[in-house]
Design a protein. Structure first.
Length: 305
C-alpha cells in the first residue's frame, strides 16, 4: 500500500508494476502445473518503547469488598526501551491461473535491558488463494500464533474462510470481503465473522472493518471490534492513522460483572520505503477497576536491503 501511494498517477511504470503484481498472484502463468511465484524474506531491526514487557497487571493493587490487596512488584507490568528484530518470510506456489498456495512465517524478539525482560512472538500461516470468476475470490487460511512473556504465554490457532470481490467507482477502487473464522485461544473456542472494505482513492487508501465474536462458555454478549485506517502520501513519504474500538463480552470476576471497552489510536510514518516510525495509544475502561489500563508505545524499524 505504501509503495502504491508514493508512486503517483498512472504511467507505464505503474502498468508494469500492476502486471508484475498480477504475475505474483498467479496470473500470466506460462504453463500448467505447480510454479513458484514468489520467495521473499526480510529482516527488520527495531527499537521500541514497550510499557508492558512482562505481561503483568496494569494495576498495583486489587480492591475487593472494601479490602485492598497489594500485588508483588514482580506481578505488576514492567517495561522500557527494547531492541530486537523481526524476520518475515514468504513462499508462494501457483497451480492454476489466479490460484496459489502461500506459506508465510514471522518470528520476532525484543529485549529490554532496563528491566532485563524479553519477549518473543511467532506466526505461521498457510493459505489457499483462489480466483473464482471476474473479480471474485475465495481464500482458506490456517494460522498459528505464539506470544511469550515472563508472566503470560499466548497460543492461538485459527481457521478462516473468506470471500471478496473487487469493484471500481469512478476513479476509486474497492475490495469488500466477508470472513468466517474459528479460533482456539486460551482454552476457548470462538466463532468470528468480519466484514471489511479496503479502498484506494485519488491520493489515499483506507481500510474499514467490523468483527463480531460469538460468546463462549460463561460469557454474556458478543465480542465487538470496529477499526479504520487511512494512509496518504506526504512529501514523498507515507503517513498513516488508525483507530480501533472494541467491547468485550460480559464475564464474572470474583462475583462481579466485568466488561471492558477499549480504544486504540495508531500513527505511522514510512520513509523511503524502508524506515518506519510508529506510535500507539491504548486505553481500556472496565467495570472492574483492576483491569483498567492506559499505555503509550512507539517503535522504529528498518528493512535491511
Amino acid at each position: 500500500m505504501a509503495r502504491g501511494l508514493a508512486a503517483g498517477g498512472p504511467d507505464l511504470g505503474t502498468a508494469l508494476d500492476l502486471k508484475q503484481l498480477l504475475r505474483r498472484q498467479g496470473f500470466y502463468m506460462d504453463e500448467a502445473g505447480w510454479q513458484r511465484l514468489a520467495a521473499d524474506q526480510a529482516l527488520y531491526p527495531q527499537l521500541s518503547y514497550v510499557p508492558n514487557m512482562n505481561g503483568g497487571s496494569p494495576q498495583e493493587s486489587l480492591e475487593f469488598r472494601g479490602l485492598t490487596f497489594d500485588l508483588r512488584d514482580d506481578l505488576v507490568a514492567r517495561g522500557g526501551l527494547a531492541v530486537g528484530a523481526t524476520y518475515d518470510g514468504l513462499l508462494r506456489y501457483g497451480w492454476d491461473s489466479g490460484r496459489y498456495l502461500q506459506l508465510q512465517a514471522q518470528l520476532g524478539g525484543l529485549y529490554a535491558p532496563g528491566p532485563d525482560l524479553d519477549r518473543t512472538r511467532a506466526r505461521l500461516a498457510l493459505c489457499s488463494r483462489n480466483h473464482l470468476t471476474d473479480w471474485q475470490f475465495v481464500d482458506l487460511c490456517l494460522s498459528h500464533y505464539e506470544d511469550h512473556r515472563d508472566l503470560q504465554d499466548i497460543t492461538r490457532d485459527e481457521a478462516t474462510v473468506s470471500v471478496s470481490t473487487l469493484f471500481e467507482r469512478s476513479a476509486s477502487r474497492h475490495e469488500v470481503g466477508l470472513s468466517l473464522s474459528r479460533r482456539s485461544d486460551e482454552d476457548r473456542l470462538r466463532s468470528l465473522a468480519e466484514v471489511g472494505l479496503e479502498s484506494v482513492w485519488a491520493g489515499s487508501a483506507t481500510r474499514l472493518s467490523f468483527e463480531y465474536g460469538a460468546p463462549t462458555g460463561d460469557e454474556t454478549g458478543a465480542l465487538l471490534t470496529a477499526a479504520g485506517e487511512i494512509r496518504w502520501p506526504a512529501a514523498g513519504q507515507v503517513v498513516g492513522l488508525g483507530l480501533s474500538l472494541s467491547r468485550s463480552p460480559k464475564t464474572l470476576f470474583l462475583g462481579e460483572d466485568r466488561r471492558d471497552d477499549s480504544l486504540g489510536v495508531t500513527g505511522l510514518l514510512a520513509i523511503d520505503g524502508r524506515l518506519v516510525l510508529t506510535a500507539a495509544y491504548g486505553r481500556t475502561w472496565s467495570t472492574v477497576n483492576f483491569f483498567e489500563d492506559e499505555v503509550i508505545s512507539f517503535g522504529v524499524s528498518y528493512s535491511l536491503p
